[in-house]
Design a protein. Structure first.
Length: 249
């Protein structure tokens, strides 16, 4: 069970069209199950990421708890005359790996992340080391790697994580995201790094005396790092500890 998540409920006849014009993924995919998506600023910068699912006459958004009120306020700003109502749901999220319970959905970001289930009576938490899994598979986290009004979703792997659809049509921030997609390559991005000793989250990463990025989530001697690719390479260090790139999306 995760107390760090809240579920927003969106009802009303216009709920699908309303979300389709706002979020990075295709809302029609809700017919197949859980969908991962983000809401961007008009400048194409990340604001919120969440999971969407549909039941009966409602669409639900599973979002980090301390972002839920801000997300609801942002969505309300776009509501205008649409037949849409936003409320907080009593549903709670459970997740785990291994055998998927009845009614649960696979996490759409990566098979290693197991399943997510939504009910009023959540399943007790298991002992999964979610931090280690995120680092191993280069999965960004809200507020850690994904920074509101700063991050770009393609630099943080949203295409690989099934969090963006390039055929769905317009949404807020779509033009900037599409331009980044059609570049020859990204200049910055999220990678996995490793070291001989445990690492410190948030430490700046330097190469030849110049800052080239920062450490984000740490799991013992491995970490997620946000790097400038053209400046990174052999000889990087963070807090006096040498780093090597262990995995790149």
């Amino acid at each position: 069970m995760s107390e760090s998540r809240r579920i927003l409920e969106i009802t009303g006849a216009d709920r699908r069209d309303f979300l389709q014009g706002l979020v990075t993924n295709d809302v029609t995919k809700l017919d197949q199950g859980l969908v991962y998506a983000a809401l961007l600023s008009p400048q194409g910068k990340y604001l919120f990421d969440f999971f969407m699912f549909a039941r009966a006459d409602a669409i639900y958004l599973d979002v980090k708890a301390d972002c839920a009120d801000a997300l609801a306020a942002r969505l309300a700003m776009y509501r205008l005359r649409a037949d849409v109502k936003l409320t907080q749901s009593a549903l709670r999220m459970s997740r785990g790996i291994g055998k998927k319970p009845e009614g649960a959905w696979p996490d759409p970001r990566h098979p290693a992340l197991g399943w997510r289930q939504y009910d009023r009576a959540p399943i007790p938490a298991d002992q999964t080391d979610w931090t280690a899994l995120r680092v191993q598979h280069i999965i960004p986290e809200t507020g850690v790697e994904l920074i509101a009004n700063e991050s770009y979703i393609l630099e943080h792997g949203f295409e690989r994580l099934n969090g963006v659809d390039f055929r769905k049509g317009c949404y807020v921030g779509q033009e900037v995201t599409a331009r980044m997609k059609h570049k020859t390559s990204l200049k910055k991005g999220l990678v996995q790094v490793c070291a001989e000793r445990p690492l410190t989250p948030g430490a700046p990463i330097t190469h030849d005396g110049k800052e080239v990025g920062r450490l984000c989530t740490v799991s013992k001697n491995r970490a997620l790092a946000y790097l400038r690719f053209e400046r990174a390479g052999d000889g990087m260090e963070a807090g006096g500890v040498g780093l090597t790139i262990a995995g790149k999306p």
